[in-house]
Write a protein that binds this ligand. Structure first.
Ligand code: ADP
Ligand code: ADP
Ligand code: ZN
Length: 208
C-alpha cells in the first residue's frame, strides 16, 4: 500500500487482509509497538517519528524483513507503509527475488486538502490500534474504542508541524516509488476519496 500520510492505507489494509485472509503489517505500527515496549529500536525510532521524518533505511529494512521471514508461506501478505524509499523497495525486491518480487503496489491517491483534514482528526485506540476519525469515522462514545472500550489518542505526528514535514518527506522520498512500480508494471492506482466501503471495493477490484 503506497500513498501519502492519511490516504487511508491503514484503514484499507486491515479490511483487505481480513477479506483475503492474509497477514498484514504497518511499518509505522511496528515502530509504535517497539516504542510501547520501550525497546532500543523503539527509542531510536521515536526521535525521527515525532518530527515526521523517516527512520533510517537500515533499521527499517531489518525490522520489516524480520516480519516477512516470520510470515512467509501463508499465501501472501500485505505491507502498509513499506517500502517508503527507493532503497527499501530495492531491498524488498532482492529479498523476494525467488518469488518474483511483490505482485502489486496499490497507490492510494488523495488530494492534500483532504489529507490534512483526515490526519488532524485521526484518533487511534491505544490498545487494539483501530483507527477512528472525529468527523469521518467517529466512535460511538467520544474518545472510546468501540471494540475494546479503551481510550483513543491523537498521534504526536498528527500535530500540524509534523503533518507539514511528513508531506514534504513523502514528496521527496516516497512519491518516486510511484514511477518505480509503474516501470515494473506493478502499479495500480486507486482513487482514495469516497466512503471507506467504496474504496475497499475499488481496491479489491484492482487486486483481482
Ligand atoms: P502514516 O500512515 O500516517 O503515513 P505511519 O504510521 O505509516 O504513518 O508512519 C509513521 C512514521 O513512522 C513515519 O513518519 C516514519 O517516521 C516512520 N516510518 C513508518 N514506516 C517507515 C518506513 N517504511 N521507512 C522509514 N520510516 C517509516
Ligand atoms: P494512513 O494509514 O494512510 O496514514 P489511515 O488509514 O490512518 O491513513 O486514515 C487516516 C484518517 O482518515 C483516519 O482517521 C481514518 O479514520 C480516516 N479515513 C480513512 N479512510 C477514510 C475515508 N475514505 N474517508 C474519510 N476518512 C477516512
Ligand atoms: Zn480498541
Amino acid at each position: 500500500m503506497l500513498g501519502p500520510p492519511g490516504a487511508g492505507k491503514g484503514t484499507q489494509a486491515t479490511l483487505i487482509a481480513e477479506n483475503l485472509k492474509i497477514p498484514q503489517i504497518s511499518s509505522g505500527d511496528l515502530f509504535r509497538d517497539h516504542q510501547d515496549r520501550d525497546t532500543e529500536l523503539g527509542r531510536l525510532a521515536r526521535s525521527y517519528m515525532k518530527d515526521g521524518v523517516l527512520v533510517p533505511d537500515k533499521v527499517t529494512i531489518t525490522m520489516v524483513m524480520d516480519w516477512i521471514e516470520q510470515n512467509t508461506g501463508v499465501g501472501g501478505f500485505l505491507l502498509d507503509g513499506f517500502p517508503r524509499t527507493i532503497a527499501q523497495a530495492k531491498a524488498l525486491d532482492q529479498a523476494l527475488a525467488d518469488s518474483g518480487g511483490i505482485d502489486l503496489a496499490i497507490y492510494v491517491n488523495v488530494p492534500e486538502t483532504e489529507l490534512v483534514h483526515r490526519l488532524s482528526g485521526r484518533l487511534v485506540c491505544s490498545k487494539c490500534k483501530t483507527q477512528y476519525h472525529t468527523d469521518f469515522a467517529p466512535p460511538s462514545e467520544p474518545c472510546i474504542c468501540d471494540k475494546c472500550i479503551t481510550e483513543l489518542n491523537q498521534r504526536d505526528d498528527d500535530k500540524p508541524e509534523a503533518i507539514k514535514k511528513r508531506f514534504q518527506v513523502y514528496q521527496e522520498e516516497t512519491a518516486p516509488l510511484i514511477d518505480y512500480y509503474q516501470v515494473l508494471g506493478r502499479l495500480r492506482e486507486v482513487n482514495g476519496v469516497g466512503s471507506i466501503e467504496k474504496i475497499g471495493e475499488r481496491m479489491l477490484k484492482a487486486l483481482h
